[in-house]
Design a protein around this ligand. Structure first.
Ligand code: FAD
Length: 451
């Protein structure tokens, strides 16, 4: 029977195949940390039960489509720390360069791997990799949801309609899942460690990718993530309910890059917020975003195969957008003009510059930013394409279920409801410059992000 604290209750078969005697491999991907990692805990428990060696593998594909120097920098600096942490605990770490399923298959043959465990992601590329890895190795792939507090497939067996429907389901069971993490046990049969990764060679292999520069203001890695979380729960969390929607203030957690790269477990952040001495209003507002909204994004991407295109919008949104497809657009820009922040709207341009320079646009402005793309491009399909291209190129937390849902919410009413009729938008919720002016000091924000 699976009980609280048992990582097995967060695991399921992702791709069928054999289960053989031999090493247990944790194929790390979305959750790049050693502590607070249910997938590593599960692999470690399996290795102990079988008295087999435990190995951690990260497959890095330098040809990953449209990857940037900014993203690789954050990822690699985090992985350097992960390798050092694993080695200190006597657990071998292997970084494999190349197409993930093929490099993994070669490794499994060479190392006589018998059992493959990975962390869960609802995104397409990871599901394809899992199927290909099972086919190439002949091994079953078990996935463990190390990212969500309630495993996505247990939280709900279907695509949820809105935050309120998932919130109801989560609230019923959250206390069973929001538990303290067990400690990672030492490896069952510690063998010799492989030579350390040649990080200079890895850095050289990814050097040719898109020249978006790394950021300086946020230190990557699990240690920095835990420090950052500590500062947040004793600082900005106190006033989160009041300050989170003001782009002129540093009133949100800025945890999203750490959560995206898995340097921090959302469950750790939820436990810390739960124990913090702060006003209940702020705690609940933060947990609503961190737990309900974030896990709703995974739910959408898990069950909607069109999570990154207008085909994934609800029917009412598709209909209203189609009715307004031919509406006259007063301003039209192409991707290049948007990227260079050359629109007539100084608030939009300032938000774009914040994203390009820091890798993190304020959350409130992300909604405004995406909705204006719908207003200033010839079609919703083009708006959606440009929104994801820019979001995923510049945001440190890009290529994330939250981003796919943020864009689909802004442009296509996903998880939202119809509002009053307007040109271009139909009944999709609208946001205006004037509305922003009534919420925060727009002029101060623009002054902060000059050309
Ligand atoms: C157009 C658009 C694009 C977006 N792109 C991304 C993206 O690429 N990656 C990304 O992680 N988020 C994205 N978001 C969601 C949200 O804006 C960011 O998660 C948030 O701004 C991150 O900042 P923070 O960590 O300081 O947030 P906080 O307010 O401190 O929230 C804490 C955590 O809660 C979660 N969260 C907060 N807001 C949302 C939300 N609206 N939906 C789902 N989860 C949420 C995030 O994990 C966040 O780190 C996007 C939203 C929109 C409207």
């Amino acid at each position: 029977m699976k009980h609280i604290g048992d990582p097995a209750r967060r695991a399921r078969l992702a791709a069928p195949g054999a289960d053989r005697p031999g090493a247990v491999v944790y194929w790390m991907s979305r959750d790049q940390r050693v502590d607070d990692n249910w997938a590593l805990l599960h692999a470690s428990a399996l290795a102990r039960a079988r008295r087999a060696p435990l190995q951690v593998v990260f497959t890095l594909d330098p040809a990953f489509p449209d990857a940037t120097r900014r993203a690789w920098d954050f990822l690699l600096r985090g992985l350097i720390e992960v390798e050092a942490d694993l080695r200190a605990r006597g657990i071998p770490f292997h970084l494999l360069l190349g197409a993930p399923p093929q490099s993994l298959a070669l490794f499994c043959r060479q190392q006589r791997v018998g059992c493959l465990v990975t962390d869960f992601s609802p995104l397409r590329h990871k599901r394809v990799w899992q199927a290909e890895a099972a086919a190439a190795t002949g091994l079953a792939v078990t996935e463990v949801d190390a990212h969500n507090i309630v495993p996505a497939w247990i939280a709900s067996p279907k695509q949820e309609f809105a935050a309120r429907t998932l919130r109801l389901k989560l609230n019923r069971i959250l206390s069973d899942w929001l538990e303290e993490f067990p400690a990672l046990e030492p490896p069952p049969s510690p063998g010799p460690l492989p030579p350390p990764t040649d990080w200079a060679a890895v850095q050289a292999a990814v050097a040719g990718t898109r020249a978006v520069p790394p950021v300086e203001w946020l230190r990557p890695g699990p240690v920095a993530a835990r420090d950052h979380l500590r500062r947040f729960v004793t600082g900005a969390l106190r006033t989160y309910a009041l300050t989170r929607n003001d782009p002129c203030l540093d009133g949100t957690s800025n945890l999203s890059p750490y959560l995206h790269f898995g340097h921090l477990a959302p469950q750790r952040a939820a436990l810390a917020a739960g124990a913090a001495r702060v006003a209940e209003e702020s705690r609940l507002a933060f947990l609503e975003e961190l737990v309900v909204r974030r896990e709703l994004s995974d739910n959408f991407c898990l069950y909607n195969p069109h999570y990154d295109s207008p085909a994934g919008y609800p029917d009412w949104a598709k209909k209203t957008l189609a009715l307004h497809a031919a509406d006259r657009r007063e301003h039209l820009y192409d991707e290049e003009a948007f990227e260079a922040a050359r629109t007539h709207d100084e608030l939009w341009n300032a938000a774009q510059r914040q994203m390009v320079r820091t890798g993190k646009m304020h959350g409130y402005l992300r909604m405004y930013w995406a909705k204006k793309l719908l207003e200033w491009t010839p079609s919703v399909a083009e708006a959606h394409r440009i929104a994801l291209a820019l979001n995923d190129r510049y945001e440190l937390d890009g290529r994330d279920p939250n981003g796919y849902v943020g864009v689909a919410w802004s442009l296509g009413g996903v998880h939202d409801r119809p509002w009053s009729q307007r040109p271009i938008f139909g009944t999709i919720r609208y946001m205006s410059f004037g509305g922003c002016r009534s919420k925060f000091r727009v002029a101060a924000f623009i002054a902060r992000w000059p050309p």
